[in-house]
Design a protein around this ligand. Structure first.
Ligand code: AKB
Length: 345
């Protein structure tokens, strides 16, 4: 699909930075970025315009722009959202609703659907206990959607809002000549790990935090138990998924919301991998009751067969390839050899 004009909100976040780079490499003509933060130096030549500020108050400005695709990545993540719930609701729900209304208006006006790409999350699920989660195994999109967190509830509700604005907004679908509606597509992401950026405010952060700390020779106290298990994915696969779903023909899609999966491992297995790669890494476990509760409510594994069937989803990185072909080579380039280990190596 030829995309000429794109808006990326949350462009300075982890997914945002990687996505802007990929859109630029694809030759997208005009990439407009929006974030609370100034654009990092590395992205400056790639964004035609950077709108800095609170999205909720910036959306009005975008009524003068034309976008083929909106990637709405701006969000307050799960751990942060639990300590500032009202603020999280405003960012996660109000921001999304404002943008959906913009996309609905633009789709109708130009007579062509604006694609609205939305990163949802494993946080949309909620198990009553760690036992129930392990018993359930791989979870399908319509199972266990009882989130325990503000962030998860926000994501699940925004999926519903997206479906509403795409299909039923103002009951216009019942008109004799229904207007063109927007095209909403969401992915429920597992925990993501980038070799280039660090997450902040999330609860799956213990995975990337542990690996980045080990690579830098810093001690790390993991905030969840050793047996904690959720599913993770390499950042390049997350970007590939967003772009593949964007490119998928609408008629092939049987859902607006898709699970994607790559590899599932426990915090103890993460530690083992980190120690093998960085001998001498100091990783201890000091579970935090509240953050532990959040990950205990998230699935250990996702069933992504719908995405595999409808738009040929397949991750490039399983657990071994993630460590050997992506994370370790990149992270070694980034941090170099650890001074504290040089004498032992
Ligand atoms: C978080 O931990 O909040 C996010 C997520 C799993 O959506 N990384």
């Amino acid at each position: 699909m030829t995309v000429s004009s794109v808006l990326v909100t949350g462009a300075c976040g982890e997914i945002g930075q990687a996505l802007v780079q990929s859109l630029h490499e694809r030759g997208v003509k005009r990439i407009v970025t929006c974030d609370m933060m100034p654009l990092p130096e590395s992205l400056k030549g790639m964004s035609a315009e950077h709108v800095q500020g609170d999205l909720v108050f910036r959306v009005k400005q975008f009524y003068d722009y034309d976008f083929d695709v909106i990637f709405h990545l701006a969000a307050s993540l799960s751990s942060k959202a639990e300590v500032a719930t009202e603020e999280a609701h405003r960012i996660n729900v109000e921001g999304t609703m404002q943008l959906l209304m913009l996309a609905a208006y633009k789709s109708e006006k130009r007579g062509k659907p604006v694609k609205f790409m939305f990163p949802s999350s494993i946080a949309a699920y909620g198990f009553p206990s760690a036992e129930a989660k392990h018993k359930a195994g791989r979870v399908k999109e319509d199972e266990w959607t009882h989130p325990h967190t503000m962030y998860g509830a926000n994501k699940l509700y925004c999926e519903k809002l997206g479906e509403y604005y795409s299909n039923y907004y103002g009951q216009r679908h019942l008109d004799e000549n229904p207007p063109v509606m927007l095209d909403f597509r969401a992915i429920r992401f597992p925990g993501l790990i980038s070799a280039f950026t660090m997450p902040s405010g999330g609860t799956s952060d213990y995975g990337p935090e542990m690996l980045h700390a080990a690579a830098q020779g810093k001690p790390y106290a993991c905030f969840v138990r050793e047996d904690t298990q959720i599913t993770f994915m390499a950042m390049p696969d997350a970007i590939k998924a967003l772009l593949n779903l964007m490119d998928a023909p609408r008629e092939k899609l049987t859902s607006s919301v898709y699970n994607i999966d790559a590899f599932s491992l426990t915090a103890a297995e993460f530690r083992q991998r980190a120690i093998e790669a960085f001998p001498g890494a100091q990783i201890t476990f000091e579970p935090n009751r509240r953050r532990q509760g959040i990950v205990d409510s998230w699935p250990a594994d996702l069933d992504d067969s719908l995405a595999r069937r409808d738009w040929a989803w397949k991750p490039d990185y399983d657990m071994d390839r993630f460590f050997n072909d992506y994370f370790l080579p990149q992270i070694r380039k980034r941090y170099g050899a650890r001074p504290s280990l040089r004498s032992n190596e």
